[in-house]
Design a protein around this ligand. Structure first.
Ligand code: GDP
Ligand code: K
Ligand code: MG
Length: 299
C-alpha cells in the first residue's frame, strides 16, 4: 500500500559568517559526527558542505560554507562566491560570529553581505566558553543595531552548549513537508571527498605559514578488498612550489608519514574499515591562481 510521506519541519539553512568563527564545528556538533573539517586557521573550509540534521519531527539541511572575507586570490574569490551563492535557495540563514573578536565598527560591518536578503537570519554568538557572561550584553546591543536579526543566541559550538536552542529556533522557520533526504545519511558528500578533506585538515593542523593555503588534495584511487576488510587509498597532495614539496615531505619523509598517520586514523573511523593510505606530493605551479586547475578541482 502506498502511504504518503511523513510531514515534518523540513528545509534548508545556510551557515555563514567570517572565517574561523566555528561554523564547521557547529555543523559537526549538530550531526554528532565529523563531516566538515576544522582547524584554528581561517579558510579551512573551501566548499559548500551539506549536513543533514534529523529529528523526530524535523530535518534541517544545513549548508556549511567558506568564511566571508575580502578575498584577493582567485581561489579565495571562488570560496567567497560559494558562501554568498548558498544564500539563494534557503529557508533561513545562520550568521555566526566569534564573541572574542573585536566588535564591528564603521568601515568593518561583517553583516553587509546580508543587505537586501529577504530571509530570517539568526545571529549565533559563538565561543561563549571563552568570555565572561557579563560581556554579552554590549555585544548583543551592537549587533542589534547592525541588522534586524530574527533571534540572537549565545552558544559554544565546540562544547555543544546551546545547540538545542538553535534547532528549536530554526524549526518554526521551515516549511512543513516530507524530508528532503533519507534519514540515515549525514551528508551528500562522497566518501572520496571527505577523505580528501581529512588529509587537507591534517595539513592545516600540522604545517605552518603559507603551506596549508598552497595545498590541494585529490583522491586517485579507492580500492576495497572486502575479504581483507581493507581499503587502499591513493591520494595526491598538490603544492605550488618545489620548496613546499620539500616541507610537506620532510626529512627522510618524516612529515608526510606523520600527516598520513593522522589522516589514516580519522579515515578509518569514517569508513569503519582498515585503511592503507598512500600519499604522493606533486608541484602544480601557482595553482591557486590557475583557473584551469581550479576548475579541475571543482571550483
Ligand atoms: P570556521 O572557519 O568558521 O568553520 O571555524 P572552525 O569550525 O574551523 O573553528 C575554528 C576554530 O575555532 C577551531 O580551532 C575550533 O576548534 C574553534 N572553535 C569552534 N567553536 C568553538 C567554541 O565554541 N569554543 C571555542 N573555545 N573554540 C571553538
Ligand atoms: K577554520
Ligand atoms: Mg569551516
Amino acid at each position: 500500500m502506498n502511504s504518503s510521506p511523513e510531514q515534518v519541519k523540513s528545509g534548508v539553512v545556510a551557515l555563514i559568517g567570517p572565517p574561523n568563527v566555528g561554523k564547521s564545528t557547529l555543523l559537526n556538533s549538530l550531526l554528532g559526527q565529523k563531516i566538515s573539517i576544522v582547524s584554528p586557521k581561517p579558510q579551512t573550509t573551501r566548499n559548500r558542505i551539506l549536513g543533514i540534521v534529523n529529528g523526530p519531527d524535523y530535518q534541517i539541511v544545513m549548508l556549511d560554507t567558506p568564511g566571508i572575507h575580502r578575498a584577493r586570490s582567485p581561489l579565495n574569490l571562488e570560496m567567497v562566491k560559494i558562501a554568498l551563492g548558498s544564500l539563494a535557495d534557503v529557508d533561513a540563514i545562520i550568521f555566526m560570529v566569534d564573541v572574542t573578536m573585536p566588535l564591528p565598527h564603521t568601515g568593518n560591518t561583517p553583516t553587509s553581505c546580508l543587505d537586501g536578503i529577504d530571509k530570517p537570519v539568526l545571529l549565533l554568538l559563538n565561543k561563549m566558553d571563552l568570555i565572561d557572561k557579563e560581556k554579552l550584553l554590549p555585544i548583543i546591543s551592537t549587533y542589534k543595531e547592525l541588522y534586524p536579526f530574527h533571534t540572537i543566541l549565545p552558544l559554544s559550538a565546540k562544547a555543544s552548549d546551546g545547540i538545542d536552542l538553535v534547532i528549536q529556533e530554526l524549526c518554526p522557520l521551515l516549511p512543513t513537508g516530507p524530508r528532503l533526504y533519507p534519514e540515515d545519511i549525514p551528508t551528500d558528500a562522497t566518501e572520496r571527498f571527505i577523505v580528501a578533506e581529512i588529509i587537507r585538515e591534517k595539513i592545516f593542523l600540522q604545517t605552518g605559514q603559507e603551506i596549508p593555503y598552497s595545498t590541494a588534495v585529490t583522491i586517485e584511487s579507492f580500492k576495497e578488498n572486502t575479504a581483507k576488510q581493507l581499503i587502499t587509498i591513493h591520494a595526491t597532495i598538490y603544492v605550488e612550489k618545489d620548496s613546499q614539496k620539500g616541507i610537506i615531505i620532510g626529512k627522510h619523509g618524516s612529515k608526510l608519514k606523520q600527516l598520513g598517520q593522522a589522516a589514516r586514523k580519522d579515515i578509518e573511523i569514517l569508513l569503519d574499515q582498515h585503511v592503507l593510505l598512500k600519499l604522493w606530493v606533486k608541484v602544480q605551479k601557482d595553482w591557486t591562481s590557475d583557473p584551469r586547475f581550479l576548475r579541475e578541482l571543482g571550483f
